[in-house]
Design a protein around this ligand. Structure first.
Ligand SMILES: [Zn+2]
Length: 108
């Protein structure tokens, strides 16, 4: 497995920790790939589901967690968006019949 310096492209021996030419730190390939291809785990998907069922709660948490937990915020925000959108679409179907409940349902 040949490694190359990310900065200058210098071919590196496998056990090099730092590029001998430019001094850039060499990262372990597995760790780098793992970080890039980080799939959502159940924890994040669960927040997305929560956002779907409680769009307003999801929106608040999304705004609160944008800084500290960007990945969780992303999923809960996405869930809230889908949840809110589907409520609006399905809400119109029974809008006249269940008017007060639909308004309530839009937000909770
Ligand atoms: Zn280099």
């Amino acid at each position: 497995m040949a490694n190359y310096c990310r900065k200058c492209g210098q071919p590196l021996e496998e056990d090099y920790k730092v590029c001998p030419i430019c001094g850039t730190k060499v990262y372990d390939e597995y760790q780098t790939n793992h970080a890039v291809n980080d799939m959502p785990d159940q924890y994040e998907l669960l927040w997305g589901v929560l956002g779907f069922f409680f769009p307003l709660v999801g929106l608040i948490l999304y705004l609160l967690w944008q800084e500290q937990k960007p990945l969780v915020a992303k999923y809960i925000g996405l869930g809230a968006l889908i949840g809110f959108g589907s409520r609006v679409i399905f809400g119109f179907a029974g809008f006249t019949l269940f008017f007060p409940f639909r308004i309530f349902g839009l937000f909770f």
